[in-house]
Design a protein around this ligand. Structure first.
Ligand code: AMP
Length: 183
């Protein structure tokens, strides 16, 4: 089973991804986590993307798609995967489709977590993970990047009939129950 977990920053994608992978026994691919790990380890990729992540802008489609392609060739993804934070542009979604068609492993559903903006900002500021992009300015920019570049991805998958809209407010457990029901 392949699932895309979709939603603005602070919507709870990372938290729900953990629940989904344990429940369904599938892998987790978070492009944001991969970039943060590369930055932490000061790899050439990390050095290249650090200022982009700090600013809240998007890493180029070419880099992201290359990274996902390489990562998903590993056998841990053979059983399926939760894609968290990818695809984030329509161009990434198109490349992703080609990638999945080659491997004959289609997307089963896109879970779209819906949370009001005030709540998103509150959650990110209280996340307390000390992420360098979790400042008020960084958050505002990530939200506007989300609206301009990422939200159109939803329509792309709506046309394919794969979108499940999920209320992302309430307790972590109640949100996960909604996801389970939708799947
Ligand atoms: P996230 O942890 O998903 O919020 O991602 C953190 C940051 O990593 C984003 O603000 C982007 O700078 C970068 N990033 C993660 N995933 C992508 C993607 N699919 N396309 C472009 N940039 C990404």
């Amino acid at each position: 089973m392949n699932i895309i977990l979709f939603g603005p920053p602070g919507a709870g994608k990372g938290t729900q991804a953990e629940y989904i992978i344990h429940h369904f026994g599938i892998a987790h691919l978070s492009t944001g986590n991969m970039f943060r790990e590369a930055i932490h380890n000061k790899t050439p990729l990390g050095i290249k993307v650090k200022t982009i992540l700090d600013s809240g802008e998007l890493v180029s489609d070419e880099i992201v798609v290359g990274l996902v392609k390489e990562e998903t060739s590993k056998s841990v993804y053979n059983n399926g995967c939760v894609f968290d934070g990818f695809p984030r542009t329509v161009s990434q979604a198109q490349s992703f489709d080609r990638m999945l068609a080659e491997k004959n492993t289609p997307i089963d559903a896109l879970i779209s977590l819906v949370v009001p903006e005030e709540e998103l900002i509150k959650r990110i500021l209280s996340r307390g993970q000390g992420r360098p992009d979790d400042t008020k300015k960084g958050i505002k920019n990530r939200l506007s990047v989300y609206q301009n570049e990422t939200e159109p991805v939803l329509n792309y998958y709506k046309k394919k009939g794969l979108v499940k809209i999920i209320d992302g407010t309430g307790s972590v457990e109640s949100i996960f129950n909604r996801i389970k029901k939708a799947l």
